[in-house]
Design a protein around this ligand. Structure first.
Ligand code: TPP
Length: 659
């Protein structure tokens, strides 16, 4: 291994050695503790430390790094107090997630680190968002995200590199090519001869370094970071290295040829660099001994502190409170009496425009939303008014963009992501349910992102442009779900969602876009999140519904003039208004829950169960659910009508009343 010190002083060289030795010695200790059953699972980075350490030392301390599971050297390099780091691994209160998540699965803005979720690839989209924020704020900073060679096969990696390329984002995509993804060798992971060749396909630069040579890693990253700061763009940095231990300690390395192990053992980054410094006379054996002693003491006292604690005492309220970022909504009334007639779609557009004015940093992202105005034309004219930096056409990818929303949020920027159709949210599903929804609860980072979801059937658009998928998100703690049924609520709820720092799914029924209009305030205003609205009053039964169910219920009642129903529009699905539901149930004693989503596992099940549990004595009949058939959504209009609950509604109301 050839080392070239270039202009580094002796002190610089010694510092790097110290930084390299620290994670190595922590790991050696962890392996002992693991054998003693004192710590849980361990993913070893032994033999790969030069990458984490070299990169971290080459960056400014306020440049974000998004490490993976073998990057202890990033955490030690950013000087996290060892006792807190150890406590995090132990799952105790002093840890960064207070026992809620394990190992390196946490972030800390104080240290400009965003740890991974287990799914690996989603980190890359988040890195894009952070880099976009630094670019919009003109901070001249780079963002570094780590990947294993295995993780690069994920769509998330591809999407994020492509977005960074198209948007010229200053991201260093690091690939630690350590030969294996669990047991799968690189040649079963990708076909190109050298990973770095992939850069050409993305139209970006790629660099390959000896990942075991700390000076090569350090110098390369230092130079590229400087270049990216002054001319923002992404690069692929492939670091050649080897995984010297099992995927995790329990799994061993039987499948790795001994010859390979022996070859790479010769290339140990700490040993080789240490020998080089000794040979150059930069350090001597006594200095190394002193250093080792100092590090050993540091580790021991960190462990002593961490082991003082046991697992946290569970506190139900504390666990529940942290699911959402604290936010006390103050409902805003329009400033003047000025009003005009607006269709549902105009109301959404109006709210979005006013929120863009209210929050000068708010960024909109979506496919075809810029000059084209979006497929439903909600953002028509926005580019002229707010510019292309804030109204961003995205490549055809959902995961990276939702991830970018979280990245923006980490840098304090709000964002709105438009799904072209709610159906396509499946492509961004992981980012929503695992990243946006869980980040605040895990390490206190809000995900200030609103995802707009043009949803619903009735236009003969077939199974992939018509779905109602609110139940997927309704089931996910950490998200808020809103579903307006009229222009007034659409504008006010969208504004409210954009105010709130928590992640929102904002459902907009496509059939309502141009079919309903209403005179609504011209000024900015908000509607209370979590509050249902009684649309019609009656005492024969309660129809509890939302979205398209509201006009269906109103129409059904108009056709049955002898029956009077409370029609309760939930408006917010998560959190839903239990008080309003209880009130109407107590009043009528007969309940029909209506939704367009399919029956099984739909919201109706939860609401019916809750009513059974809390209002049983007020019921005169079993709670009835009316929903779509448990099939996919058919294309032919006759089949689609049969699928939807609309045609069955009147009969079910009559059945309920005659029970
Ligand atoms: C989406 C997903 N699929 C599978 C896994 C299980 N898994 C965890 S790490 C890993 C291998 C990762 O290999 P690589 O990206 O090369 O990183 P390395 O472990 O070699 O550092 C696998 C299969 C996972 N965590 N997430």
């Amino acid at each position: 291994m050839k080392f070239n010190r270039q202009k580094l002083s002796d002190t610089d060289l010694r510092d790097l050695y110290e930084q390299l030795l620290l994670p190595r010695m922590i790991e050696e200790k962890m392996l002992i503790l693991l054998r003693q059953n004192k710590i849980s699972k361990w993913f070893s980075g032994i033999g790969q430390e030069a990458i984490s350490v070299g990169i971290t030392q080459a960056l400014d301390p306020d440049e974000y790094i998004l490490p993976m599971h073998r990057n202890l050297g990033v955490f030690t390099g950013r000087k996290l107090p060892l006792h807190r780091l150890f406590a995090q691994w132990q799952g105790t209160s002093m840890g960064y997630t207070q026992g809620r998540d394990r190992s390196f699965h946490f972030g800390t803005n104080e240290h400009h680190l965003v740890g991974m979720i287990s799914h690996l690839g989603p980190q890359n989209g988040v890195a894009d968002g952070i880099a976009l924020a630094t670019k919009l704020k003109k901070e001249k900073k780079v963002t570094v995200v780590f990947n294993g060679d295995g993780g690069t096969s994920q769509g998330d990696f591809h999407e994020a590199v492509n977005v960074a390329a198209v948007w010229d984002l200053p991201v260093i995509f690091v690939i630690e090519n350590n030969g294996y993804g669990l047991s799968t060798p690189s040649n079963e992971q990708f076909r190109c001869k050298s990973f770095v060749d992939k850069a050409i396909g993305y139209g970006i630069e790629g660099v390959q370094v000896d990942g075991n040579n700390i000076l090569e890693v350090y110098d390369t990253v230092k130079a590229w970071a400087e270049s990216l700061r002054s001319k923002p763009r992404p690069i692929l940095l492939e670091c050649l290295t080897f995984r010297m231990r099992g995927h995790e300690e329990a799994s061993g390395t039987k499948y790795v040829p001994k010859k390979l192990m022996d070859e790479w053992a010769q290339k140990d980054p700490a040993e080789n660099y240490g020998n080089y410094l000794l040979k150059e006379g930069v350090i001597d054996k006594a200095w190394v001994e002193d250093l080792r002693k100092r590090i050993k003491n540091e580790i021991e006292s960190g462990l002593e502190e961490a082991f003082k604690e046991t697992y946290p005492d569970p506190e139900r309220n504390h666990e529940l409170e942290d699911v959402y970022a604290p936010f006390q909504q103050e409902v805003i009334k329009p400033q003047t009496e000025k009003k005009s007639e607006k269709r549902f779609i105009d109301a959404i557009s109006d709210g979005l425009r006013q929120s863009m004015e209210k929050y000068p940093q708010l960024v909109l992202m979506g496919q075809d939303i810029a000059e084209y105005g979006g497929v439903f034309k909600i953002t028509e004219g926005f580019v002229e008014k707010f510019g292309k930096e804030r109204v961003r056409n995205t490549p055809l990818c959902e995961a990276a963009i939702v991830g970018a929303g979280l990245g923006l949020s980490i840098k304090g920027i709000k964002s709105m992501v438009e799904m072209q159709f709610a159906d396509f949210v499946t492509e961004g599903f992981n980012q929503i349910v695992n990243n946006l929804a869980k980040t605040h609860w895990r390490w206190g980072q809000p995900a200030d992102v609103v995802i707009r979801m043009p949803t619903g059937a009735g236009a003969a658009a077939g199974p992939f442009h018509s779905q109602s998928n609110e139940a997927w998100f309704f089931h996910t703690p950490g998200l808020k779900v809103v579903y307006p049924s009229n222009p007034f609520d659409a504008k006010g709820l969208l504004n409210a969602a954009l105010e709130d720092p928590n992640p929102f799914l904002f459902f907009e029924h496509k059939l309502l876009y141009r079919s309903v209009k209403e005179i609504i305030p011209d000024d900015y205003y908000t509607v209370e999140i979590g509050k249902a609205r009684l649309v019609e009053k009656g005492s024969d039964l309660s129809i509890i519904t939302y979205g398209m169910g509201v006009p269906w219920a109103v129409e059904a009642m108009a056709l049955m003039p002898n029956i009077k129903a409370d029609i309760l529009d939930l408006r917010t699905l998560l959190p839903w208004d239990e008080e309003a539901v209880a009130e109407t149930v107590k009043k009528t004693g007969r309940v029909l829950v209506l939704h367009e989503d399919t029956l099984t596992g739909g919201l109706g099940g939860e609401i019916a169960a809750w009513i059974g549990e809390h209002c049983f004595t007020h019921l005169d009949a079993p709670v009835t659910r009316v929903a779509s058939l448990d099939t996919a959504i058919p294309f032919a209009p006759t089949l689609e009508r049969n699928f939807l609950p609309h045609t069955r509604l009147k009969t079910r109301i009559q059945e309920l009343l005659s029970y």
